[in-house]
Design a protein. Structure first.
Length: 1200
């Protein structure tokens, strides 16, 4: 019997309200039809996104149709096929076909072959002939990849693997675990599971796990046949106690490898390893990162992180504190000064003190509770811990706006409609007060919402008294149609107004982006065109009219969806200023290597400045680290081969050991400007010695010693004339002091510059507000200064000296395609490459043509080429490598969280997210692969992975990382890539078929300025939170966060849905501060019945299966906490639960405390307002997870 299921994703439907041709799926097929309205359904011809999923007679998907989804109104069709065993071994790419209005299509495979011009437009899996059907290899789309699969092997360890057995001896003192780690010997044969992943280029990665599913060893093989081993050591309570990275492993075995039962010495642990201590309820309370002092954490009884201390704070007896309300929303933060000295005993004292607070919730009040740093606060200051000796840094208000005298008028209607009344803001964040770190001025940030809970306006009063307001018009689906920004530096200044408008096609692809400043002529920033699989294919940039853009830019891609061209450098015609091509498996240079794993093998570029084609060929080591960049000028009249070569060599931990560069010399020959050797203690760079005798690259050959503070922050770099670097409590450099005898020549003035100091002003949330650079020019002893204000994108400069301060000048604001220069009232446009490096800047010359302002070309690690196409450019606009701002006096690029030194390819500060990339040292840049990755904000080199037709954001991902390749991820791309998205998972986006993979997991089908939005946004979900070790519990999605912090956003908005009371179990006193998880289950003797069905306590195979982590078929299959999947439950708070249908017959409503779930070694993932999953922690076999869940049966209490 055939069944038809029609899902109408809409508020209501009246078929006569629109005149478009109806979608009519094939009536003789099984299908699911989904319609998602992008416009108000009552509008005359509403935009819709429609899909039809067809199924075969076995209920398996066989064809997916995105109806009329292409730019030309064709269907985008994806066939789904199976082999003779019912396995989906081929995953086809989607292809456009003439629409049949949703009817099933025929000839899809041949159509895909024709569209892509390749006989292999699909991924093929080779699966072993066994009941567990493990994947043996993945072959990617495209003829070129058919002989370059990703191979998988599944074995047990053998004697030649030499897997070291590290064991711990753990004592519990003052309710804290303290472990010693000893190398006992090697694991015996067949004691560990072994999986081997070999990428398309033959690079191997090996993972060893024990019977509990714990990773014991991750091994990669370097080009020197050295094992890059990372060991994970667990204590007797199965808690991760140590992570021993490759450099620590090598140093240890080089010194102690001939013995056994050897304790790992403290200097190796402190310099190179990750160390963790826990309390009696499995909370991480002490940790030490390599090269950084011990960090301490203190929690309240609701498992919320209240105090955190690092070594720099500890030296002053200070702690960062956080206070929460009854919904565990953060209400204010600050710095608390303790009476206790830094160390374990100080932490134990603070923990004992906070344990006396039964209720540690800070409740909002109508009157002023206290005043701190000049700010009145509508919360009490002494009812929760800490009660005294604290200084406020930030305050958050929810639900209602506090009655401050400085509140702006609530916008009645702004530029949008349906703005919510001030009485309809329950559960929403309304005002955040943020203090400056270096002084006591405040920024006040207000948010305004429409009736759907979508933010449609903001108002920020800056620390100088001016403001920036934004008003947005959203369409039905949440896409931004218009924004208006109003700004003043000071409240007495003239207001500047920025208006942007956005136009979309029928599938919400951005077509036109316009920009207007004050009353000036409106500029068309971009006019976008797309190919039939929704990849951005062209862009007209600039100009006041549609027919006269300043530049027309073309984009091309290969079958893998990887960008291959920005214009064509071999054919710069029609006035194109810049051409750029990217090659992977197809380099033109016969001496270059074809690379198949996604690393770039070659780039070409050409500019109209001199019309010379330039090229870099790249090679990498077997750990996917950049090794050599060879510069050539193919076809040039004057050959300049090797003029800008750069190469690097690394130790086993990723520290650069040597780095070299050439530069064009005055006699037109390659000149060695850098021949650097690095010296380390642990991962700390102690000195750099330049043996080239040339100061054009690295500025000194002295090899001065570099100092560090207790947090591992670099405190000087005397080779650059920096004698001191001071840091605030966020480890952000806030003052550079220079050696005034160290002078450099100013590129613009030609005079000798004497740097004196550079000071930075930050808000307590890390946002940079101000920079003051003091310097001397030439022989003049008078000091001058340049002050830069950074105010919500508006950048000002104030010039001055000891006798005069000039008025502030508004320099520019950024736009989606470059920036607007206020000094000459011109739009400046940037050509950027695949990494966001600004390559060429241009503007209108006022007579219908274009003027090139500046050209920048870079070595792989970011130092700028000198010697050709040099220009002054705009000295105020210094955003260059990766689009980050160059700090000229220090030579560093400011990424936000850290500053980067391109001449040596390193950071000067530990990675704040070092624990997410423990196999690498915390100072290296972009995984030592700057050709393919960037660090978006200085914290991690993020990227995207592709599996089964879906792109997934993978924070901390490395190209070829075995943790992901073993899960079937077959492609990896850096942030900012333009690819053939079929589906984007774990993002806020809901449509399919678009192209842009953004930064930090933010996928944008429509580019700059768009937002699909949601009616009630949740901040929880599995996608962008990895499983790892952080402060708080180590469980599932909640890695690094305390329980109620994870659930706060869901808890906060339950009142929007209404609550249903439940009966309190007689033997369990009500705890209004605890969160419960509810599930309908059959009852046996007052306990839930154990089983594998929906109404029993247990887990089904399909509960753990999806298209990202694969299908779970056997009890021995591994499941992952990071999947977010598990046993379905409903979250509730105190004695209420969100209204849901609990009327399932013949079952009992049971509940369990969320804290009991964590104490049972399980995780929790809230993915909807009224839905959650109890998840595994880390990697575990399905049967082990099922047993773990069923062991909680005595903890479940019947309530209805």
């Amino acid at each position: 019997m055939k069944k038809t299921l029609i899902l109408l994703c809409m508020l209501f439907l009246v078929s006569t309200l629109y005149a478009q041709i109806q979608t009519v799926p094939s009536s003789n097929e099984n299908y699911i039809y989904t319609k998602n309205y992008l416009d108000y359904p009552a509008s005359g011809d509403p935009k819709v996104s429609e899909t039809v999923q067809y199924f075969d007679k076995f209920g398996r998907p066989k064809q997916l149709i995105n109806v009329k989804a292409t730019p030309q109104g064709k269907d985008l069709v994806t066939p789904i096929s199976y082999d003779e065993f019912g396995r989906q071994v081929d995953s086809w790419l989607p292809s456009p076909m003439n629409t049949l209005n949703g009817a099933i299509q025929s000839g899809v495979n041949s159509n895909a072959t024709n569209y892509y011009g390749d006989n292999f437009p699909f991924t093929h899996k080779n699966i072993e002939a066994s009941p567990i059907e493990r994947v043996l290899s993945n072959v990617q789309p495209g003829l070129a990849w058919q002989n370059h699969p990703v191979n998988f092997k599944y074995q047990a360890n053998i004697l030649d693997d030499h897997v070291a057995r590290f064991v711990t001896t753990t004592t519990v003192t003052d309710n804290t675990t303290y472990s010693k780690v000893v190398w006992e010997n090697e694991y015996a044969v067949n004691q560990l599971y072994k999986s081997i992943v070999t990428d398309e280029d033959g690079n191997k990665a090996v993972q060893f796990t024990n019977g509990y599913g714990n990773i014991i060893l991750l091994r990669k093989i370097s080009q020197d046949d050295e094992n890059a081993d990372t060991y994970y050591v667990y204590n007797e309570f199965n808690q991760l106690a140590y992570i021993i990275p490759p450099k620590a492993v090598m140093d240890f075995f080089n010194a102690y490898g001939t013995g056994s039962n050897v304790e790992v010495p403290e200097f190796i642990l402190n310099d190179l390893c990750y160390q963790y201590h826990y309390d009696g309820v499995n909370r991480l309370v002490e940790k030490k990162l390599p090269g950084k002092g011990w960090q301490y954490m203190v929690y309240d009884k609701q498992n919320r992180l209240v105090l955190a201390q690092d070594a720099n704070l500890g030296a002053a007896k200070q702690w960062m504190f956080t206070k929460y309300d009854q919904f565990s929303r953060i209400v204010y933060k600050g710095i608390y000064t303790s009476s206790q000295a830094y160390g374990s005993q100080g932490r134990i004292f603070e923990q004992s003190t906070i344990n006396t607070f039964t209720n540690n919730n800070t409740l909002r009040q109508a009157s002023i509770g206290f005043n701190s740093a000049g700010m009145e606060v509508y919360y009490p200051g002494n009812t929760t811990y800490p009660t005294v000796n604290f200084k406020l840094l930030s305050v958050n208000y929810y639900d209602t706006y506090p009655p401050y005298s400085f509140n702006p008028a609530h916008p009645a209607n702004a530029v949008t409609d349906n703005i919510t009344d001030v009485n309809n803001t329950k559960g929403l964040g309304l005002l955040t007060l943020i203090k400056n770190i270096e002084n006591d001025n405040w920024t006040r940030n207000y948010s305004y919402y429409d009736v759907k809970g979508r933010e449609i306006g903001t108002y920020s009063i800056n620390h100088l008294g001016g403001y920036t307001s934004t008003e947005s018009v959203l369409d039905f689906s949440g896409a931004v149609k218009q924004t208006i920004v109003k700004h003043k530096r000071l409240n007495t200044d003239t207001e500047r107004i920025i208006k942007e408008t956005f136009e979309y096609d029928s599938q919400n692809r951005l077509l036109v982006h316009k920009h207007k400043v004050d009353n000036n002529t409106e500029e068309i920033l971009t006019q976008n065109t797309y190919n039939e699989i929704s990849q951005l294919s062209g862009k007209k940039v600039g100009g006041a009219g549609f027919s006269n853009p300043l530049q027309t830019i073309d984009y091309q891609y290969n079958i893998r969806g990887w960008m291959t061209k920005i214009n064509d450098p071999d054919n710069l015609v029609n006035g194109k200023l810049f051409g750029y091509s990217i090659k992977y498996q197809n380099p033109e240079n016969t001496e270059a290597y074809a690379i198949f794993n996604g690393n770039i093998s070659e780039i070409d570029w050409k500019t109209q400045s001199d019309n010379v084609l330039r090229r870099y060929d790249f090679s990498y080591d077997t750990l996917n680290r950049f090794a050599f960049g060879r510069f050539t000028t193919p076809g040039a009249t004057v050959i300049e081969n090797n003029f800008y070569n750069e190469w690097a060599d690394y130790d086993i931990g990723g520290n650069i050991r040597s780095l070299g560069r050439y530069q064009k010399s005055y006699n037109n020959q390659p000149l060695l400007i850098d021949n650097l050797t690095y010296t380390y203690t642990g991962n700390r760079l102690i000195s750099v010695k330049d043996n080239s005798g040339n100061y054009s690259g690295y500025p000194d050959s002295s090899g001065n010693t570099i100092g560090y503070d207790l947090n591992g922050n670099m405190t000087d770099q005397k080779d650059r004339g920096i004698v001191d670097i001071n840091y605030n409590h966020l480890d952000l450099a806030d003052k550079f002091t220079f050696d005034q005898t160290y002078v450099v020549k100013d590129l613009f003035l030609g005079d000798l510059i004497k740097n004196v100091t550079t000071q930075y002003l930050y808000r307590s949330d890390g946002v940079k507000l101000n920079k003051k650079y003091i310097y001397g020019v030439g022989k003049n002893t008078t000091e001058s200064s340049t002050v830069t204000d950074y105010l919500d994108g508006f950048q000002y400069e104030v010039q001055g000296n000891t006798t005069q301060i000039f008025p502030p000048v508004l320099k520019f604001i950024p736009t989606a395609e470059g920036y607007y220069n206020f000094e000459n009232n011109k739009y400046v446009y940037n050509y950027s490459d695949h990494l966001g490096n600004v390559r060429l800047s241009y503007t209108s010359n006022g007579t219908g043509g274009v003027e090139v302002i500046e050209e920048n070309n870079y070595y792989p690690f970011g130092l700028k080429h000198r010697g050709y196409n040099d220009g002054v450019g705009n000295p105020s606009y210094q955003y260059k490598y990766n689009g980050k701002e160059l700090q000229e006096e220090s030579g560093m690029y400011d990424y936000g969280a850290r500053m980067y030194m391109p001449e040596i390819g390193r950071w000067g500060v530990l990675d704040p997210l070092a624990e997410k990339m423990t196999r690498l040292n915390p100072y290296n840049y972009a995984f030592d692969n700057p050709v393919n990755f960037i660090d978006p904000d200085g914290r991690e080199g993020a990227g995207w992975g592709y599996r089964n037709g879906a792109w997934v954001f993978l924070p901390g991902m490395q190209q070829g990382d075995e943790e992901y390749t073993k899960r079937g991820f077959t492609d990896f791309r850096p942030d900012g890539s333009v690819v053939d998205n079929v589906v984007i998972t774990n993002s806020s986006e809901q449509n399919t078929g678009h192209t842009y993979l953004g930064f930090n997991g933010e996928a944008k089908y429509v580019t700059q300025g768009s937002s699909l939005g949601t009616a009630i946004p949740l901040t929880v979900g599995w996608g962008n939170t990895g499983v790892g070790t952080g402060t708080g519990t180590i469980a599932g999605t909640g890695a690094g966060l305390s329980l109620l912090t994870i659930l706060a956003s869901a808890v906060a908005i339950w009142t929007l849905h209404g609550d249903a009371a439940v009966d309190t179990p007689a033997d369990e006193p009500e705890d209004l501060n605890n969160l419960y998880l509810y599930r309908n289950m059959r009852s046996v003797g007052g306990l839930p019945e154990l089983g594998n069905s929906l109404n029993t306590l247990g887990i089904r195979n399909k509960d753990m299966s999806n298209n990202i982590f694969g299908e779970i078929k056997a009890d021995t299959d591994y499941v992952y906490g990071s999947s977010g999947m598990g046993m379905s439950v409903t979250p509730g708070y105190g004695n209420v639960v969100p209204v849901v249908e609990f009327a399932t017959p013949k079952t009992t409503l049971f509940r369990i405390k969320a804290t009991d779930v964590y104490r049972s070694g399980l995780g929790i993932n809230v993915d909807k307002i009224n839905h959650a999953n109890i998840t595994p922690v880390g990697r575990i076999m399905l049967q082990q997870f099922r047993t773990q869940i069923q062991a909680t049966a005595p903890l479940w209490k019947p309530v209805r």
